[in-house]
Design a protein around this ligand. Structure first.
Ligand SMILES: CC(C)(COP(=O)(O)OP(=O)(O)OC[C@H]1O[C@@H](n2cnc3c(N)ncnc32)[C@H](O)[C@@H]1OP(=O)(O)O)[C@@H](O)C(=O)NCCC(=O)NCCS
Length: 233
């Protein structure tokens, strides 16, 4: 979508930038990895197809993507980065985070969310959870998203753990054909609408856990995330 085409979000360790043609070569290299193809249920694309995909992510209102950068050194603060061109700050491209608006009834308050930390040495260092929180906060506050869904390979326990243990997504269904689990999560506003789900209503404990996560994410957004404008390198 074009809504975030010039938006940069700076968190304590992660930076989200719009997906631009200059990111495509690195992205294309990443997606040659059979492990990442399996974990993200992706097919390998030619370089030209990857450029076309970047354009599609840019122009399609049903898709929102950010490339995830790691801050260059622990010494650089996000406050300093607001005033330094990212290209000069030596940031490292490590992954991406996406939303798909693919509800069958075209309900724009529902989005599927995806995350990938492609650079192995940056995994298990807190970037994934920070990027997901930033994307969820952006989606809730700027795009009106109230319900998130995540489809994860049954072989991807790290990702299942992150969504279930850290963010209190609930298991909605398991597909043995696609070997994936579908998880979902909703805001306190969406929780007030009952009886429309094709799964049991959340328990009181599940509702409280989602509400706590929502409060944490919105407080994090308010207090720890800065925004600035994308500058071409
Ligand atoms: C899954 C993935 C997104 C997690 O991101 P990350 O930056 O590595 O994870 P974080 O350091 O932010 O960890 C957040 C939580 O996720 C879970 N987690 C992450 N890696 C884990 C692992 N190897 N084993 C078990 N749990 C793990 C834990 O609950 C962790 O919290 P904790 O450190 O307090 O225990 C990332 O490893 C990744 O992209 N892997 C490859 C591609 C992929 O699987 N994409 C997801 C497709 S749906």
């Amino acid at each position: 979508m074009r809504q975030n085409e010039n938006l940069v979000l700076i968190g304590p360790k992660a930076i989200l930038v719009p997906y631009k043609p200059e990111h495509v070569l690195v992205y294309h290299e990443w997606m040659k990895s059979p492990f990442l193809q399996e974990m993200t249920a992706s097919e390998p694309l030619t370089l030209q197809e990857e450029y076309d995909m970047q354009q599609s992510w840019h122009l399609d209102d049903n898709k929102c993507t950010f490339i995830l950068l790691a801050l260059p050194s622990p010494g650089t603060t996000s406050e300093e980065l607001k005033t330094t061109a990212l290209s000069k700050a030596g940031t490292v491209m490590i992954g991406d985070v996406n939303l798909f608006f693919n509800d069958p009834d075209n309900d724009k308050s529902c989005a599927e969310i995806e995350i990938m930390i492609a650079e192995e040495k940056y995994r298990r260092s807190g970037y994934g959870i920070e990027a997901i929180k930033m994307m969820m906060a952006y989606a809730m506050t700027e795009l009106g998203v109230e319900k998130f869904e995540a489809k994860i390979s049954l072989r991807n326990q790290p990702s299942i753990d992150m969504f279930c243990s850290k963010l209190h997504f609930r298991e909605r269904s398991v597909s043995t054909i696609f070997e994936e689990v579908t998880l979902d999560w909703k805001t306190s506003t969406a929780q007030k609408i009952v009886g429309e789900e094709d799964m049991p209503e959340p328990s009181k404990e599940e509702l409280e856990a989602m509400q706590r996560v929502e409060n944490q994410i919105l407080a994090f957004w308010e207090n720890n995330v800065h925004s600035t404008t994308w500058e071409k390198s």
